[in-house]
Design a protein around this ligand. Structure first.
Ligand SMILES: *[C@@H]1O[C@H](CO)[C@@H](O)[C@H](O)[C@H]1NC(C)=O
Ligand SMILES: *[C@@H]1O[C@H](CO)[C@@H](O)[C@H](O)[C@H]1NC(C)=O
Ligand SMILES: *[C@@H]1O[C@H](CO)[C@@H](O)[C@H](O)[C@H]1NC(C)=O
Length: 194
């Protein structure tokens, strides 16, 4: 009698949750494609495997914001497929969605979510994209009096003067050596992505 009940009940007990799990998995994998980057950053299973590798561990635990960096010259910071850095005026470009991660007090790393290149500045002040993060990718984030943020290389200076991330009024990346804190080109508003 008991056996009968069990064999009758078990499949339906198993089938129920199993079906549910399958259904959940289906919606999850669909959801990953539909998710906003902000949601993707939160949902660990949708993130890139890179995030779980050892070399990335030192960056773990920091505060993460998903933002577009809108320059006061009216361009969004953009990191392309090949890691090239410039501005775009296309407000919908997924290549301007950045993951801004706090790596230590006042220091951030900025990564193009779509291109998977980090924003980097070399010793000469040249902005470029870097696949694996090193000191070139660390920037001092400061809120200026006008409420715009500036991002200066945390590693390199030009004879002691800060070199800033800057997008010219023509939409190209300015060399850090030519940048100034007061320039519009160095002023960015981090805007949430919808
Ligand atoms: C991600 O997957 C692991 C197993 O691979 C699971 O334990 C965990 O609950 C999942 N997390 C989310 C947010 O789905
Ligand atoms: C950008 O996206 C918005 C909302 O998704 C849409 O209304 C608008 O037409 C898009 N603009 C362009 C240039 O694709
Ligand atoms: C910085 O990058 C530019 C462009 O790629 C290159 O010409 C220059 O030599 C680099 N400078 C240093 C110090 O690596």
């Amino acid at each position: 009698m008991r056996k009968w009940i069990l064999t009758w009940i078990l499949p339906s007990l198993l089938y129920g949750p199993y079906f549910h799990v399958l259904f959940l998995m289906g919606t999850l994998s669909l959801a990953c494609n539909d998710m906003t980057p902000e949601q993707m950053a939160v949902n660990v299973n949708c993130s890139s495997p890179e995030r779980h590798t050892r070399s990335y561990d030192y960056m773990e635990g920091g505060d993460i914001r998903i933002r577009k960096l809108f320059c006061r010259t009216q361009w969004y910071l953009w990191i392309g497929k090949q890691g090239n850095v410039k501005g775009t005026q296309d407000a919908n470009s997924s290549y301007s969605v950045m993951e801004i991660r706090t790596v230590s007090v006042g220091i951030v790393a900025i990564k193009g979510v779509h291109s998977e290149y980090f924003l980097a500045m070399n010793k000469s002040g040249k902005l470029y994209g870097k696949k694996s993060c090193n000191e070139d990718c660390n920037f001092k984030e400061l809120i200026q009096e006008n409420r715009y943020n500036t991002y200066a290389s945390a590693k390199w200076t030009n004879n002691g003067k800060d070199m800033f991330v800057a997008i010219t009024s023509k939409g190209s990346a300015l060399k850090g050596k030519k940048s100034k804190k007061e320039h519009k080109a160095s002023h960015f508003l981090p805007v949430p992505t919808s």
